[in-house]
Design a protein around this ligand. Structure first.
Ligand SMILES: NC(=O)c1ccc[n+]([C@@H]2O[C@H](COP(=O)([O-])OP(=O)(O)OC[C@H]3O[C@@H](n4cnc5c(N)ncnc54)[C@H](OP(=O)(O)O)[C@@H]3O)[C@@H](O)[C@H]2O)c1
Length: 329
């Protein structure tokens, strides 16, 4: 009886151990499934357009807040502070915009870790020497009051007064200065802006560090397909500026009608248009409501509507900025 009782007790203990083991296994399996689900969600979000990975491995937020023609001081400071508050983490500026100092101040006072904010700034189009570029990089770092710049790009292949002239040799010199600063850790990524295929090819032929971005004008009615395809084939992410054609697209009836069918605003449709072309859109707004609206672009434009938008007239020709020598649309 005693022995029988002892055996039963042993069996009961064994059952308890097995039951406990099964429970632990169940919890571990369900936690790991949940983790996998979360991971998939994050990966999908990344896929879906929130981030883009540059060829050098740097992951940057795809939507970028623009600051061209935003006056230095209070206007830039408040605009960038608000943009950071509503969720932008990528700010585009340039030495020539004259507002680097106000942007640096807004970034430093935001309370957001520096590692979570990405700053793109640009070497003045007028600087076309190695020494000049070296000094300009240090100047932008000092203006921003930051230890490093996330993306540093040559503003244009030529000074604005000499659009279209051959600056191939000078651009290689300038690029060499940027490569050195990149290797020193002052610049996390280096790239180009307003560079056409031949201009990009010149850098590719003569560089030790490849450009990872080319910031060019992309908006509804102005899709430089040949250039974008060339950049994509060379692992260069296209950052598309003037997504709303500096405001020229606002109020266009033909675009508005398409936006209405998706139940979105015209700016949201235009931003989504760039994203679906695999381009990183830069948008500027000084109004907090617009800034927030422009971040809500989680919908899909049909292939047919993308084609319609591609073929719309370029409403900005001759209106803003210099003519860009892009072939194709
Ligand atoms: N690399 C280069 O050479 C180059 C050249 C040009 C531009 N960029 C960069 O690209 C950025 C964006 O381009 P951009 O400055 O030409 O302007 P944009 O983003 O094409 O258009 C800005 C205009 O659209 C309006 N807007 C924005 N969101 C709106 C909304 N939801 N509803 C109604 N209106 C809205 C803004 O007015 P509100 O303020 O009233 O919202 C502003 O007037 C520049 O700021 C700059 O960082 C680079």
């Amino acid at each position: 009886m005693d022995t029988h009782y002892r055996i039963n007790k042993k069996q009961i203990n064994m059952k308890r151990i097995l039951l406990l083991g099964a429970c632990v296994l169940l919890v571990i399996t369900s936690l790991s499934a949940q983790n996998k689900g979360n991971r998939q969600k994050t990966d999908t979000a990344k896929e879906q357009s929130l981030y883009v990975t540059l060829a050098n491995g740097q992951v940057i937020p795809r939507l970028c807040y623009g600051t061209w023609q935003t006056p230095a001081g209070e206007v830039t400071y408040n605009g960038v502070s608000e943009a950071l508050k509503v969720g932008y983490r990528h700010i585009d500026t340039a030495f020539d915009y004259g507002n680097e100092q106000s942007i640096g101040e807004a970034v430093r006072n935001s309370g957001i870790p520096r590692s979570e904010i990405f700053i793109t700034t640009k070497l003045s189009a007028s600087v076309k020497t190695y020494e000049g570029a070296k000094a300009a990089i240090n100047q932008s770092l000092a203006n921003l009051g930051l230890d490093y710049i996330d993306i540093y790009i040559i503003h244009a292949p030529w000074p604005w007064a000499n659009v279209g002239e051959d600056y191939n040799k000078a651009n290689v010199e300038v690029w060499r200065a940027m490569e050195e600063a990149y290797k020193e850790g002052k610049l996390k990524s280096i790239g180009l802006s307003n560079f056409n295929i031949a201009d990009v090819q010149n850098i590719l032929n003569n560089c030790s560090v490849k450009p990872v971005v080319n910031e060019v004008k992309v908006h509804v009615g102005n899709y430089p397909r040949t250039l974008v395809d060339f950049c994509k084939n060379n692992d260069i992410v296209v950052m598309g500026y003037s997504t709303l054609s500096t405001g020229a697209l606002i109020g266009r009836e033909d675009i508005q009608q398409i936006a209405d069918r998706y139940g979105v605003t015209l700016p949201q449709l235009c931003i989504r248009y760039s994203l679906q072309h695999g381009v990183t859109p830069l948008v500027k707004s000084l109004k907090p409501t617009h800034m927030a609206e422009n971040l809500k672009v989680n919908f899909t434009i049909s292939d047919d509507d993308m084609k319609v938008l591609d073929k719309l007239p370029n409403y900005s020709i001759g209106k803003f900025g210099p003519p860009m020598p892009y072939e194709g649309k």
